[in-house]
Write a protein that binds this ligand. Structure first.
Ligand SMILES: *[C@@H]1O[C@H](CO)[C@@H](O)[C@H](O)[C@H]1NC(C)=O
Ligand SMILES: *[C@@H]1O[C@H](CO)[C@@H](O)[C@H](O)[C@H]1NC(C)=O
Ligand SMILES: *[C@@H]1O[C@H](CO)[C@@H](O)[C@H](O)[C@H]1NC(C)=O
Length: 607
């Protein structure tokens, strides 16, 4: 989206005693040399303050900022033993940091140390980033996500782990329960066990103690679509590859295609309960029995609600089943069943009006809590290509940002672990019930902590405003580290949750890169024109029915979202004591550099 080739940006700039290196010419940027993240290359880790006086609507500002943000987050999402296991290639749920220094904390009591368990939702983000890294064409510039070698290496490890897990747990049909990322300490049948830490030898992945026979539908929908993207992008790379890499990529593409085929053949018997019902959690009766072809081996778990009939993240599994699954055992490829899933979902897409402070009315899709987490599907599939859906979600982001402005909150609510001084967030707790009460169906219980990834839906809709809001949150005290952004801050900016997780960090990166919507849209279209058409039809009609006649006068709100007022940041955010000792920056020099670089780029464009 944002990584079209731009004009030459070649400035070396010194201010105060600091010099920032020459930016590479954009279309020849050797991204693997880190050339586009000039601030960090010059030792400026706390780069958020350098972007406080900028014009976010300038494309060059966005480009510079995204380069810095992705480079910072790479210390997490591309770092073995930080966010994923160096041996198995599987994600960790998160990683603790030292609350005093901001440095990674590999061991220590919770929340210190590495959380060596994870779920398919985190695999979904990891795989999505890998797919985007591999689809990069040489003519585009984008910040480095993964080098080719990094991507191939982790995809090889991951696919080996998944193949071995599938062989030992055929009842899961190629899908994943919550799992121990490097094996468990002791798996005596019936006894509780814990996941191995980094101080123990890595073994094959196994379900976590609480998930030995259960598998969640929602998270696996996220992973299934990311697997589709990876398999198809690898196939494209394989077709073009020559020389030494060719055999390696072809081999890997085949193995991922088999993972995808496995999910396609087991999704219906495992998750589909008949009458349009898709299970939120499936209980596998006999793990030795192959999920494909044995629907009687799957039962509906006791989750509440029991079925994925929401119009939020759970929709991704419904769409995988509708568009890609094998309906073996059902007449005419499930033609009679598939509409039942959408019929069941229809009542749960609800239009709601929100009145802004200036008295205009915005019609949005009712949220559960209206936490940003609920918009995950926008990052995965090409929802925003459907004009009505795009308008509904644009309105929603107006509501989210207006709500923050009206309540003078320096950021956005999104389900996350909270800082120690916030009520819902005794460590080990999770602040899920956060959002915007006026447009939520549930009681919003907490409003004292915000998380950087709250901005990802806005970044997808309007990068200028979305990035500005993300940067406000990064600018709060102690929100930046050598490994990028932190989980959450209280709204007063006095305390942070010293944790790094995929959900709160890498979702935003995915949104900055435009998500996988455009990629998967093009893959669906190429594969079979009917698939993209069906996606647009089922989703489009569901929204049309829900919104017809319910639209307030101001339905067509501007595509430009509101910017955060500069007064939102508490004054002490600007004080050097609000930086971790391990993550500083000469802000004056860095700000001057950013302004200069943007001006140079604009001048170049106008010549
Ligand atoms: C980019 O940098 C890497 C590492 O410094 C180097 O190996 C590679 O040859 C460079 N590529 C180009 C196109 O300059
Ligand atoms: C579980 O399934 C396997 C493979 O089909 C079978 O051999 C075994 O007897 C089954 N176990 C039970 C308890 O039914
Ligand atoms: C929103 O308000 C308009 C009037 O401005 C009304 O026509 C519409 O039905 C309302 N929609 C909802 C969902 O209440």
């Amino acid at each position: 989206m944002m990584w079209r080739p731009t004009a030459t940006v070649a400035v070396g700039f010194c201010a105060a005693s600091v010099c920032f290196g020459t930016l590479a010419r954009a279309d020849q940027a050797n991204v693997s040399a880190g050339g586009v993240s000039a601030l960090q290359a010059a030792g400026c880790c706390r780069f958020a303050r350098a972007f406080q006086q900028v014009d976010w609507r300038q494309p060059e500002t966005q480009r510079l900022f995204i380069a810095e943000a992705v480079a910072a987050e790479r210390h997490f999402f591309a770092a073995p033993d930080v966010s994923f296991d160096a041996v198995t290639g599987m994600t960790y749920d998160g990683h603790g940091i030292d609350p005093q220094t901001g440095e990674l904390k590999a061991t220590g009591p919770h929340p210190g140390g590495v959380f060596t368990f994870s779920a398919s939702s985190k695999e979904g983000i990891h795989l999505s980033l890998l797919a985007l890294a591999l689809q990069r064409s040489d003519s585009e510039i984008q910040p480095l996500i993964y080098t080719l070698n990094e991507a191939l290496d982790v995809l090889e490890k991951k696919v080996s782990s998944l193949e071995a897990f599938d062989a030992s747990h055929p009842g899961f049909g190629g899908f994943l329960p919550w799992f121990c990322s490097r094996g468990a300490t002791n798996t005596t049948p019936g006894a509780a066990y814990s996941c191995r830490g980094l101080d123990q030898e890595a073994g094959p992945i196994v379900p976590t103690s609480g998930w030995v026979s259960e598998v969640p539908g929602l998270d696996n929908g996220q992973m299934a679509w990311a697997t589709y993207a990876v398999a198809r992008v690898l196939a494209d790379r394989a077709a073009l590859a020559t020389g030494g890499d060719a055999v390696r990529i072809r081999n890997l593409a085949d193995r991922w295609e088999q993972r995808l085929a496995r999910m396609r053949s087991s999704a219906v018997p495992l998750f589909y309960a008949g009458q349009g019902r898709v299970r939120a959690v499936t209980v596998v009766q006999n793990m030795s029995q192959d999920a494909a072809g044995t629907p009687e081996n799957a039962a509906t778990g006791l989750a509440a609600p029991s079925y994925l009939d929401d119009a939020y993240e759970g929709e991704l599994m419904v769409l995988f089943i509708d568009l890609l699954a094998d309906w073996f055992g059902y007449a005419e490829d499930g033609i009679h069943e598939r509409p039942l899933m959408w019929k069941r979902k229809q009542p749960n897409v609800v239009a709601r009006n929100y009145t802004t402070r200036d008295g205009s009315t915005l019609t949005v899709q009712e949220g559960y809590w209206f936490s940003s987490h609920e918009q995950w599907k926008l990052m995965v599939l090409p929802y925003l290509d459907i004009p009505l859906v795009k308008q509904v979600f644009t309105n929603g982001e107006h509501v989210r940002l207006n709500d923050a402005i009206d309540h003078s909150v320096p950021g956005i609510f999104a389900s996350s672990l909270a800082p120690p001084n916030v009520e819902c967030g005794t460590f080990g707790g999770y602040c899920n019930a956060v959002g915007v009460q006026e447009v939520a169906s549930q009681v919003v219980r907490w409003d004292q902590s915000i998380s950087p990834y709250g901005a990802y839906p806005s970044i997808l809709i309007d990068p200028a405003a979305g990035l500005a809001w993300y940067n406000i949150m990064l600018s709060l005290p102690h929100m930046q580290t050598q490994t990028g952004s932190i989980e959450s801050s209280d709204i007063a900016g006095t305390s942070v949750a010293p944790i790094l997780t995929w959900d709160t960090k890498a979702t935003t990166v995915l949104a900055m890169l435009g998500g996988t919507g455009p990629l998967i849209g093009s893959l669906l279209k190429r594969e079979d024109g009917q698939l993209l058409h069906r996606f647009q039809k089922v989703v489009g009609e569901m929204y049309a029915v829900a919104f017809e006649g319910k639209e307030a006068h101001g339905f067509g709100a501007s595509a430009e979202l509101p910017m955060p007022p500069s007064t939102l940041l508490p004054p002490h955010s600007h004080h050097p004591t609000s930086d971790f000792p391990s993550c500083g920056c000469d802000s004056t020099a860095a700000s001057a550099y950013v302004l200069e670089a943007v001006a140079a780029a604009s001048a170049d464009v106008h010549v």
